[in-house]
Design a protein around this ligand. Sequence first.
Ligand SMILES: *Cc1c(COP(=O)(O)O)cnc(C)c1O
Length: 379
Amino acid sequence: MKVPFFDLVRQFDPIRKEIQSSLDELFKTQQFILGSQVGFLEKAMAEYCRIRYAVGVASGSDALFLALIALDIGPGDEVILPSFTFFATAGAVSRAGALPVFADIDPETYNLDPQDFEKRITPRTKAVIPVHLYGQCADMEAIVEISKARQISVIEDAAQALGAEYKRSSDSSARRAGQMGDIACFSFFPTKNLGAFGDAGLVASDDGELAEKVRILRVHGSHPKYYHKLIGINSRIDTIQAAILQVKLKHLETWTSERQKGAKRYELLLGDLFSSLAGAKLPETQYENRHIFNQYVIRVSERDQLRQFLQEQGVGTEIYYPVPLHLQECFSSLNYHQGDLPNSEKASREVLALPIFPELRQEEQDYVVDRIKAFYKKQ
Ligand SMILES: *Cc1c(COP(=O)(O)O)cnc(C)c1O
């Protein structure tokens, strides 16, 4: 048997007709730049995320960059972020001309460690970017509290966490990813839970002024047309992508619950084995969170051997992420060294993402589990 790491073809087939008719509407009007579907998607996304304003942009990476620029973050400013994340989180900070300051993660959730964040605050710290990695919210209560006390802006990188919820039990209305900071960034990269047919992203905020600034910045800072008070960039979400995402958003809850079922099954089938392996760990959902499992990431000390074995057996896996950002060559001038952020470094050596997409079949999942067990029998 061969089990792909993910398979977007399976997701497309059942919604082909809906997508085609949405695209036909657009093709009739030929409004490819900021056509009416962009506004419809922004409204639907704001509602889904329970955030007042949403602005569609060209990618999740641009969403982060535009959020930073809207907050007037630039040269001389420091922005704290976890070292264990996708490159874009840090790339946006450097593109804005500010200094990325890397903090360590909590080894249980792989999300920003609030204490380590607090330790790295200086008078130049202007913002923090907690990342809700793999689909589980970072410990936002602690992060927001520290940030408020020090007047630091909170930019949520919710690229992997659309629809995730934080601490569902502590009050009656659970807070969704993106609702807890000053501004939030989402990505519709094809492998995210809500994926476009190319690149696309979104910035969301309850602060109307901030959202309006992003809206202006995504059209070169032009407002009114051809008058520039700000220097922006060209970063609009394509109307084509908005037309596709509008259709796909209606299916998101179903897809998310399929991912959650898959995660439950892995836990059931792998729980005994993992509790018997030293240093091994299945994903842990903390603080009554709603984890949306953009990725299902296990931790094992013999990660590379296991990945090699699974590959030989026809099982696709991925490593998110093999090099923590503080040790990336492009940041060598920042003078971080091996050992500076031990939890991030250890995670980079030990994490392995298993197939978890909504259309993954039970017999495929059984095969993945069976092959993992076979690997440990050999050991
Ligand atoms: C995907 C992702 C991004 C960037 O989104 P793009 O749409 O690919 O530019 C940023 N941060 C994280 C954590 C991501 O996973």
